[in-house]
Write a protein that binds this ligand. Structure first.
Ligand code: ADP
Ligand code: MG
Length: 458
């Protein structure tokens, strides 16, 4: 039979009250008080008890208590049990040694292992992720100097990449140490499975397993929200690791204080080390990431026009994973359509034409929506803005639309020019004309602010 935590407590209480009936020794209440003697785990073969000190474990083991305990327990459970009594320190050591010997890693979390191709070498560093990068390096070079290290960002910005990089570097540096990378979802599922099967002993052994881990990398901790019982188990694991100087690195899609549905004591612990935020990369970093990924796929940068790559990066600037996805789409189109010569801006635009239409339909800001909005603000039509007509009202609206496309979408000048049948340098001049006027003319500045809000759909 298997037992849940609450069953263990009931069993322990019944056992102790039965023992008390038979005992008249003065020391009984001290030895078997609730917090100094507890049933840690039991299955059909063995029951493990833990005492708060090694002297009381020795004392009990030298007395006839173990036999009494066995008799009562055998009666209660209808099993033939081996009874083991040890100090909590020995219990901890034993479980750590156990786990060093047998590679429980595979058994406990079979689907969680480090992916070796994500390293610090292929993580591009920019102002948006520099602090998280440096802290990650520190977690390997000076384990537990900051504990835990808590890295948070929106999705697709390199959190998992950093965790793998930490794990891979740590493995290289300390080959004998135990590393556990785990996603919070797998952690939760594993524990739930054991709850469901009433396998209390298994939960104890999972906890003990973590006590043997030297570096814990736990991904997407936000999924611990609203799962109280799992949070309690994680809290124990967390405390043991931190108090024994083991490094923990946690990632999340939001900061500790923004994590709703998490117990306060966990939030406090998470904030107790170093919390770092990563934001979307700036343009230069994005391009470096894109360049690196192109080369990783075995392509040469020379085969692409700069503008084509700028366009790709700019249209997926909020999420590196999406940028990678777009690159895969582009490389696939190149392989199937076999364009001649360099990959041009036009080719890339064509590949993503459908996707752009979908984005536009969803109401995202695009150069088309900017032209529409500015035109309607000035009671003009979009085609007037796109035309070569140069009346002052149309020319001004056109310049503003160019300026906003540049400011809001960060579009290349040449792409903007194409929409208005103008060359690169005309766009540059027009954008700077508006910039200058904004600086000097306060009421014009108000108009631009108002328009910015409108076209950004705020
Ligand atoms: P998250 O865990 O934050 O959702 P990931 O770590 O899964 O994001 O990153 C998504 C993809 O983007 C991965 O393929 C990763 O290699 C890549 N990536 C993100 N940031 C960088 C970076 N700074 N340098 C190189 N690749 C990056
Ligand atoms: Mg991730």
């Amino acid at each position: 039979m298997n037992y849940k935590t609450k069953d263990l407590k009931t069993l322990q209480d019944t056992l102790i009250s039965k023992m008390k009936e038979e005992s008249n020794e003065d020391s009984f209440d001290i030895l078997f008080a609730n917090d100094s003697f507890s049933l840690k785990a039991i299955d059909s073969k063995k029951a493990i008890f833990v005492t708060d000190s090694s002297s009381s474990a020795t004392f009990i083991n030298q007395s006839n208590y173990p036999l009494k305990i066995k008799n009562i327990l055998d009666n209660l459970t209808a099993d033939d049990l081996e009874v083991e009594i040890m100090s909590s320190d020995d219990f901890l050591k034993l479980s750590q040694n156990d786990h060093k010997k047998q590679n429980l890693d595979k058994k406990v979390f079979p689907n969680c292992s480090l992916i070796q191709t994500y390293t610090f070498d292929n993580f591009v560093v920019g102002s948006s992720n520099k602090q998280a990068y440096l802290a990650s390096l520190q977690s390997v070079d000076y384990p537990a100097k900051y504990n835990p290290i808590f890295i948070y960002s929106k999705s697709g910005l390199g959190k998992t990449h950093l965790l793998y990089a930490i794990g891979n570097r740590y493995k290289e540096k300390y080959p004998d140490k135990n590393i556990q990378y785990i996603t919070t979802n797998i952690f939760v599922d594993t524990i739930y499975n054991h709850f469901r099967n009433d396998q209390n002993i298994e939960i104890e052994s999972i906890k003990n397993y973590f006590y043997g881990v030297d570096l814990l990398l736990i991904d997407d901790i936000q999924f611990l929200a609203d799962k109280k019982s799992i949070q309690m188990i994680f809290f124990d694991i967390f405390n043991i690791l931190v108090s024994t100087g083991k490094q923990i690195v946690i990632t999340s899609d939001r900061s500790p204080i923004e994590l709703k549905g998490l117990e306060d004591r966990l939030v406090t612990r998470f904030s107790g080390g170093l919390s770092l935020n990563m934001t979307p990369p700036d343009k230069k970093t994005l391009r470096e990431i894109l360049n690196l990924k192109i080369q990783t796929h075995g392509y040469k940068l020379d085969d692409f026009d700069e503008e084509a790559l700028d366009y790709l990066a700019m249209h997926h600037s909020k999420n590196v994973r999406e940028l990678e996805g777009a690159l895969t789409t582009l490389l696939f189109s190149m392989a199937t359509l076999k364009p001649t010569g360099n990959i041009s801006l036009e080719f890339v635009q064509e590949v993503f034409a459908e996707e752009n239409k979908i984005i536009e339909r969803k109401g995202a800001v695009s150069i088309n929506s900017i032209i529409d909005d500015v035109a309607s603000y000035y009671s003009l039509t979009s085609s007037q803005l796109r035309s070569k007509v140069r009346t002052s009202q149309i020319a001004l609206a056109r310049q503003i639309a160019m300026y906003l496309s540049r400011k809001i979408l960060n579009m290349p000048y040449q792409t903007i020019g194409r929409e208005f049948q103008k060359d690169h340098s005309t766009v540059v001049t027009n954008v700077s004309k508006i910039e200058e006027r904004v600086e000097k003319d306060n009421s014009f500045k108000k108009t631009i602010n108002e328009l910015t809000k409108r076209v950004s759909k705020q």
